[in-house]
Design a protein around this ligand. Structure first.
Ligand code: TLP
Length: 343
């Protein structure tokens, strides 16, 4: 049976060219700073994002945690959007490991009102923790891959600067956001003090993410990475695939976005199924099945029998993610498969 894997863009397999780069990579021990491939990757990323330095990390989760650990001191408070990945899906690492507490803010599709952020910043009062960091996420996973407009980022960054608080961006899918906005990633990064993005999602590398910021920030984050056990040795093996992602895989993301739109439009036409078309900016789609006879877990079982893999959001909503390893034909097949099950 053919499997249609729409669970995540993390399921993408490395391309043949990527595997060749992996085999040919120049290697060394990166804890000594000797791995030429990772050094090249870190320099290339910093330059591309318009920042001073970068640090290769095994996962996006570690990159975000390092950012929080490096910007804050234990006991501080971090301002986050209430449905962001750092708060919902990173195992509470910022509380357990970084020792900070979360202050969450409501949003519309991941877009926080800069005034709400400003009001949430703690005043100097003997009762209050200090606000140590503000975090944003672009594109916004829980909001169906919706993109935060640059102007909103700029306004929140201005609030942060006015109060002298650093701003970190979870840019796991920053290249999807940049593709939608039709800008260079640098233009998004300009409204951040640090950011993280992943090679292992739509960019199809097997492993790896990167944290980016000033020289001093990255020097301190490197030490925390070692503390967490993330000091890797001949890591050029995977950094080589990440370089290939940067050079060859960013321009194809528009195909994933087109496929997401085709899927969303097709599903929206099925009775009882609805998609908020306004939020379909990139490669993630939240599909609401509330108008059908089935709940999410029933649907997931029925889909699985037909070879369709997806992830649930809640009782009625299922997430679909398009990526390199599903094509337009797969999308059309999935629309008709779902129509048959639901109608
Ligand atoms: N997201 C994964 C799952 O963890 C849910 C996915 O399939 O979407 N920030 C954002 C916005 C993310 O979506 C993710 C992964 C991460 C950070 C963490 O990256 P990894 O998985 O490399 O730790």
């Amino acid at each position: 049976m053919k499997v249609f894997d729409f669970r995540s863009d993390t399921v993408t397999l490395p391309t043949e060219e990527m595997m060749k780069k992996i085999v040919e990579a120049d290697l060394g021990d990166d804890v000594y700073g000797d791995d030429l491939t990772v050094n090249k990757l870190e320099a290339q990323v910093a330059e591309m994002l318009g920042k001073e330095a970068a640090l290769f990390v095994p996962t996006g989760t570690m990159g975000n945690l390092l950012a929080v650990m490096t910007h804050t001191t234990p006991g501080q408070e971090v301002i986050l959007e209430e449905n962001c990945h750092i708060y919902l899906y990173e195992v509470g690492g910022i509380a357990r490991v970084a020792g900070v507490q979360a202050r969450t803010i409501k949003s519309t599709n991941g877009i926080m009102n800069p005034e709400d952020v400003k009001v949430a910043i703690r005043k100097d009062d003997i009762h209050f923790p200090e606000t140590g960091l503000i975090c944003l996420e672009n594109s916004h996973n829980m909001s169906g891959g919706a993109v935060i407009p640059l102007d909103n980022m700029k306004r929140i960054y201005e609030v942060a600067k006015e109060k002298n608080i650093p701003l970190h961006l979870d840019g796991a899918r920053i290249f999807n956001a940049a593709t939608y906005l039709n800008v260079e990633v640098k233009e998004i990064a300009q409204y951040t003090d640090s950011l993280m993005f992943c090679f292992s999602k739509g960019l199809s590398a097997p492993i790896g993410s990167v944290l980016i910021g000033t020289e001093d920030f990255i020097r301190r984050a490197r030490k925390f990475r070692k503390m967490l056990g993330g000091g890797m040795r001949q890591v050029g093996i995977i950094a080589s695939a990440a370089i290939h992602s940067l050079e060859e895989m960013t321009s194809r993301l528009k195909e994933d976005h087109e496929n997401a739109r085709i899927l969303a439009e097709g599903l929206n036409k099925i009775a009882g199924v609805s998609v908020d078309m306004e939020s379909i900016h990139t490669n993630i789609i939240n599909v609401n099945f509330a108008g059908t006879r089935f709940n999410t877990s029933e649907l997931m079982d029925k889909f699985k029998e037909k070879g369709l893999l997806v992830n649930p959001r809640n009782q009625h909503v299922i997430r679909f993610v398009t990526h390199k390893d599903v094509n337009k034909g797969d999308v059309l097949a999935v629309i008709s498969l779902i129509k048959d099950i639901v109608e």
